[in-house]
Design a protein around this ligand. Sequence first.
Ligand code: SF4
Length: 122
Amino acid sequence: MEKKEYSRRKFIQQWAGPGAALFGTVLLLNSCGSNGKPAANEENSTQSAAEPCNDFTGVSAEELDKRKRFAYTDKSEVPGNTCGNCSLYIPWKDQAECGGCLLFKGPVKAEGHCTQWAAKAE
Ligand code: SF4
């Protein structure tokens, strides 16, 4: 009867090669992200540099929901009432097209409007 030789060294040599290759492949795929497609945050940061009025980086879902509840729109359909002449508008330095609002976070356009519009006290 033939005696089988069980050797730890043989076992490692037999299985370490394919295992290491598999491990390397998994690491490589993880480092590539999602097929080279930029993540949502990467798109936002690119967009924010070009268009600060559309930069919603760091704005929570709750704040975005407030905006929706107040029916905010980028372009007012109410003649004479825009964010730019609303008492709750916060103008930004060096930015004529947009600013902030006291009611929710994130940019609002000077030409925008929502149901909470309030005339400035004169
Ligand atoms: S309250 Fe409405 S209209 Fe006034 S600045 Fe804010 S979003 Fe614009």
